[in-house]
Design a binder for this molecule. Structure first.
Ligand code: DCP
Ligand code: CA
Length: 394
């Protein structure tokens, strides 16, 4: 996934900042939204002035009042925050159609190529911040990088009212000195395990063997290994109906065993096909994803003239892509996945199909209904015998 530019934008102390816009007397003071301190409950958000006393989201209100007795405690009003959120999203949506909102006050944008409009991505970010300030009275912090995880951490480190751009190629050096808990996905439990391994920084995590991480942390370990190395191929996905359906799985051992790869692809094609039919859609594009032993990742797509929704059509397109990819690459495969996109409404002109297609359709329908009733594993279709040890995740 070479050459993307991803922006992460996040409003500073969101709930409190809205309260300060609506009541300017609160500006510059330690303010807490979350409720009156005589109630049980936690801090939803604290102003930066209150954070200076050690207050933070999730802290019990009773603790907050002890640490900062002069803080002003406000109940909060969710409808107001939703309204500001809507306006915030509308502003950034004017800058890029490709936005993925995360909660109320943050979003990812794919801004690849947008420097030609704004001079630079930095200038684009400045303009966005300016509009948000003048129209909403709120401060936003922005991170710019070549992937989501680095952009998100950059915006967080730049707070408040920040803008931080990580130059392509610098991702690893940027992340290395940070404490591991800065990585998304490192909660209390994971942090304990990682510290138990004697690792405290993202750099330390990036030097661990991916196998060891997988042993200790399961599939989350693989993801954290990639994040720690500044590798994150997650796309910016605008909300709404899923535009693609996919399955992927990582092998316990890297492999070039074609029958094993094919069998995996078959099970994945069945799951993708079942999802597609459940939605009443057909796909005009099939994409194969491969990650090799050295973690390099490729995707290869084929666009089809006709929409397809049978397991076999998905599988056979995938196999064609797989054979071509493996012919060009000598490394073993650690992850394989298949997905479909360019979804169209399923045509119900079954009579126009060749008889063999109609049979396949009926077979798929019969299998779907058994699996809907009794679960996916209720029925096995040929190629899956050796696949017991593969974990699937979408
Ligand atoms: N929120 C909440 N409970 C939490 C965390 C957050 O109710 N445990 C709410 C209040 C926040 C909003 O979600 O204002 C956004 O969360 P952020 O984590 O982005 O925190 P803030 O916007 O408050 O602060 P900042 O982004 O400046 O660190
Ligand atoms: Ca925020």
């Amino acid at each position: 996934m070479a050459g993307r530019t991803i922006m992460h934008i996040d409003l500073d102390s969101f709930f409190v900042s809205v309260e300060q816009v609506l009541n300017p007397e609160l500006k510059g003071k330690p303010v807490v939204v979350g409720g009156k301190p005589d109630r049980r409950g936690v801090v939803a958000t604290a102003s930066y002035e209150a954070r200076a006393f050690g207050l933070h989201s999730g802290m019990p209100l009773a603790t907050a009042v002890r640490l900062c007795p002069e803080a002003i405690f406000i109940e909060g009003n969710f409808a107001r925050y939703r309204e500001f959120s809507r306006k915030f999203m509308a502003i950034i949506n004017e800058f890029s159609p490709s936005i993925e909102p995360m909660g109320l006050d943050e979003a990812y944008l794919d801004v690849t190529g947008f420097e030609s409009i704004h001079g630079s991505i930095r200038q684009m970010a400045d303009r966005m911040k300016q509009r948000i300030r003048s129209e909403l009275g709120l401060c936003a912090s922005v991170g710019i990088a070549n992937c989501k995880v680095v952009a998100k951490i950059a915006s967080e480190l730049s707070k408040p009212d920040g803008l931080l751009e990580v130059t392509p190629g610098e991702e690893k050096d940027f992340l290395a000195p940070l404490p591991v808990e800065k990585l998304p996905g490192v909660g209390k439990q994971t942090l304990k395990i990682i510290k138990g391994l004697g690792v405290y920084t993202v750099g330390g995590l990036s030097r661990m063997s991916p196998r060891a991480l997988k042993t200790h942390l399961g599939s989350a370990g693989e993801m954290l290994y990639r994040f720690a190395n500044g590798i994150d191929d997650r796309q910016v996905l605008p909300p709404g109906e899923a535009k693609s359906i996919s399955r992927e799985s990582t092998f316990g051992e890297d492999t070039r065993d074609l029958s094993y790869l094919e069998a995996t692809l078959w099970v994945q094609s069945e799951k993708v096909g079942a999802d597609l039919r459940k939605k009443g859609k057909q796909a005009k594009c099939v994409t194969l994803k491969l990650r090799y032993a050295d973690f390099s990742t490729i995707t290869r797509s084929r666009t089809l003239n006709e929409g397809v929704d049978t397991d076999r059509a998905i599988f056979e397109t995938g196999i064609g892509l797989l054979e071509r990819a493996l012919a060009k690459e000598k490394q073993a495969v650690r992850l394989i996945g298949i997905g479909v996109s360019k979804l169209v409404e399923a045509s119900r002109q079954t009579m126009l199909f060749a008889p063999s297609d109609r049979k396949l359709e009926e077979l798929n329908k019969a299998i779907d209904s058994i699996r809907n009733k009794h679960g996916f594993d209720a029925i096995h279709t040929g190629r899956v015998v050796r696949l017991r040890d593969i974990s699937f995740h979408s």
